[in-house]
Design a protein around this ligand. Structure first.
Ligand code: NDP
Length: 384
């Protein structure tokens, strides 16, 4: 019963975090911890409404301001990575929603698993960087990793009908982002503002840029590989402009199952929290006659090389995911700051993948070192 669930939300002030709170408030579930990086105003409002035990701002100055803002309440305020790890491993929690963006989600996800908490996983970068370590830890602790990403939730929902049959193939759908149909030449001068204008989804800045480069689909390919234990060759990507078919699975006999719905993250968030139960959800209902046509296209590997780079990293398994992700995070940040062009993002990621030696079975320390090396490689290459 979701009403009895006590949930920690890491990244409560973000796009997924705020939608998770919307779902929780509707269902009457309890939030025991809420975290932000530095959005003190929103975290204060959320904390006053939900009365968690713990509120965390990773940024030290923000944590000070939050402490002052919540001084008249019983809510404990903490800061930094330590605070985030505490929110992830709070004994009072039944489940942790990992909605922090980027590699910053890895250590708290591992801490939540060690504490034995089931995970509603939005933070795909965690699996991209350290999928092997995370899945092994979850298996060892008997913890469920329930996907929040709409594509992986769709696959998970379809798998409920598999009756133990192995998947032959996963077909991930991709919206194609704001630059679908553009040539490489046309992409050279696109601005951060244009990249942030996604046609179907309203999301945080980093994932919006990832959608524009199609790196998001590459990260999702690696995420699917770890979640569903399939090699990258058995994970296909198809561009589907309307974002109605959220993804598909194929069985040995060729039968294909899909999950459909309006593009609204509250459904996959809610299913991760209520699984295996299904409750009424506020998302608008699908009206196929009104949608009319559904269109599908092969991805354009020429204009959007990021997907090929992710496939390359996926094929190597090992530490290449951490290099791909670290380089991409650094390059996206530079693009958003206006320091590099749009096409420099995949170029810098490819250079990092070429330059940094791979590691077959990386430990957590190796993953952290590969992430650092990839970020430094991007900063160095940018200066050239
Ligand atoms: P947002 O940028 O909107 O939110 C990120 C959250 O994490 C915010 O609360 C932010 O705090 C916090 N945060 C950012 N950096 C740090 C840090 N270094 N340490 C601690 N906390 C930090 O991201 P989204 O909600 O869009 O995405 C979150 C995750 O979910 C990503 O991994 C994304 O790929 C995934 N996802 C998102 C979807 C979406 O529709 N948005 C769909 C599927 C997956 P602050 O508010 O202070 O910045």
């Amino acid at each position: 019963m979701i009403e009895n669930k006590r949930i920690s939300i890491l990244g409560a002030t973000g796009s997924i975090g705020t939608q998770t709170i919307d779902v929780l408030q509707d269902a009457g579930a309890q939030a025991v911890a809420l975290t932000t990086n530095r959005n003190v105003r929103l975290l204060e409002q959320q904390a006053r409404a939900l009365q968690p035990k713990l509120a965390v701002a990773s940024d030290e100055a923000a944590a000070k301001a939050l402490k002052t803002a919540l001084a008249d309440t019983d809510i404990r305020v903490e800061s930094g990575t330590e605070g985030l790890l505490h929110a992830a491993s709070l004994p009072e929690a039944d489940m942790v929603v990992t909605a922090v963006v980027g590699m910053a989600g890895l250590l708290p996800t591992l801490a939540a698993i060690e504490a034995g908490h089931d995970i509603a996983l939005a933070n795909k970068e965690t699996l991209v960087c350290a999928g092997g370590l995370v899945m092994q830890a979850a298996a060892r602790k008997g913890v469920k990793i329930l996907p929040v990403d709409s594509e992986h939730s769709a696959i998970f929902q379809c798998i409920q009908a598999a009756q133990g049959n192995r998947l032959h193939k996963i077909i991930l759908t991709a919206s194609g982002g704001p630059f679908f149909g553009k040539t490489q030449g046309e992409l050279a001068g696109v601005t951060p503002a244009q990249a942030l204008r996604h046609p179907n989804w309203s999301m945080g800045a980093k994932i919006s840029v990832d959608s524009a480069t199609m790196m998001n689909k590459g990260l999702e390919l690696i995420e699917a590989m770890w979640l569903y234990d399939l090699p990258p060759e058995q994970i296909e990507v198809v561009v589907h402009r309307e974002s109605i078919v959220h993804s598909l699975i194929e069985f040995a006999d060729g039968a294909v199952l899909a999950q459909l719905g309006m593009p609204d993250m509250r459904l996959p968030i809610q299913y991760a929290l209520t699984y295996p139960a299904r409750l009424s959800c506020k998302t608008p209902r699908l009206d196929l006659a009104q949608v009319g046509n559904l269109s599908f296209y092969p991805p354009d590997g020429q204009a959007f090389p990021a997907l090929r780079l992710a496939r390359q990293a996926a094929g190597r398994k090992g530490g290449a995911g951490a290099v791909l992700n670290g380089a991409n995070e650094a390059a996206v940040a530079l693009f958003l700051e206006g320091e590099i062009g749009f096409l420099d993002i995949p170029r810098l990621v490819e250079q990092a993948l070429d330059d940094i030696p791979d590691q077959a079975q990386p430990t957590l320390d190796d993953v952290l070192a590969l992430d650092r090396a990839a970020r430094q490689a991007v900063l160095r290459a940018k200066k050239l």
